[in-house]
Design a protein around this ligand. Structure first.
Ligand code: CAA
Length: 281
């Protein structure tokens, strides 16, 4: 398949990596030339680790990189796409603008998927004239490691579109799980309130971040404690997902913790800013 990925951030480069490694031709599109270079270097480094562990050969690494093209022009980048995955910043207006452009620039038969973690697929699809070909394809960080793809059906998504995306996810060695369009889908509707509650525990002085994380790691066998995970995801992303849950589902149990809001306001966004619940300097 000819695949295009919009956005060369952490998720975009992970998605491009797994597509190319599974044998698909991939065009990674980003307005920022430097980000495209950084994404390619990250993919090369991650493939190199797999070669060192003898999971793939050096030839596989070279062939994967050969299948990966970079493009700064969205119109050119999706001109031959069978399927596009958008992995841009989590902002509803931005996504609507991108999908409007994709609808004009991608072939009429192309499927337009979004990696959104909380924005309504039905709403994104409404920016196009092909809502039956719009779907959520939600990957998890780090994409090359995490086995799940949450496949989200918008109100108009066709069975044919769903089946194509399900088969594609399986071709990557992932397990697709079908969910319907609702705020936060299943993953973030369950995960984010847990993270938010962990932050309330810190705010109320119930325990330190280290203690909260140790409880959840050793008591519940989570690979990372919720506050380490929040730093890994980005506290701004966690806040924006809690805001969507609170607004759309309307219940007080989804109210973002004031400490989360305060940390985002202060620029403590987690790993990416060097400081969140922990220091990464
Ligand atoms: N890219 C590629 N591979 C990576 C990687 C990365 N960024 N980070 C780690 N890996 C690989 C390592 O190479 C290693 O591979 P092998 O098993 O083949 O040796 C494997 O992952 C394990 O890594 P480590 O031994 O270094 O570290 P670990 O055992 O502590 O695992 C982890 C790291 C996989 C990130 C693990 O801590 C984990 O699963 N954490 C939870 C992650 C999670 O919940 N992600 C979902 C976040 S929510 C989301 O993404 C969606 C959303 O909408 C918010």
């Amino acid at each position: 398949m000819n695949l295009s990925v919009i956005g060369a951030g952490t998720m975009g480069n992970g998605i491009a990596h797994v597509f190319a490694q599974a044998g698909h031709d991939v065009t990674l599109v980003d307005l920022d030339h430097d980000r495209l270079g950084a994404a390619r270097a990250t993919i090369d480094k991650n493939l190199g680790r797999m070669v060192a562990k003898e999971r793939i050969t050096a030839e596989d690494q070279a062939a994967t990189l050969d299948r990966l093209k970079a493009e700064t022009d969205l119109v050119k980048g999706v001109a031959n796409a069978d399927l596009v995955v958008e992995a841009a910043t989590e902002n509803a207006e931005l996504k609507a603008r991108i999908f409007d452009q994709l609808d004009d620039a991608a072939p009429p038969t192309a499927i337009l998927a979004s990696n959104t973690s909380s924005i309504s697929i039905t709403q994104i699809a409404a920016a196009t004239d092909r809502p039956e070909q719009v779907i959520g394809m939600h990957f998890f960080n780090p994409v090359p490691v995490m086995k799940l793809v949450e496949v989200v059906r918008g109100l108009a998504t066709s069975d044919e579109t769903y089946e194509t995306v399900q088969t594609l996810a399986e071709s990557l060695g992932k397990t697709p799980v079908e969910v319907n369009d609702a705020a936060g889908f299943v993953s973030n509707r369950v995960l984010m309130p847990m993270i938010n509650e962990a932050i309330f525990c810190v705010q109320e002085g119930v325990a330190t971040p280290e203690a909260v994380d140790t409880v959840m790691k050793l008591g519940m066998a989570h690979p990372m404690g919720p506050l380490t995970l929040a730093d890994f995801i980005g506290l701004d992303v966690c806040l924006s997902i809690m805001e969507v849950l609170h607004r759309e589902l309307g219940e007080d149990k989804y109210r973002p913790c004031p400490l989360l809001r305060k940390m985002v306001t202060a620029g403590r966004l987690g790993r990416k800013s060097g400081r969140g619940f922990y220091d990464y300097a």
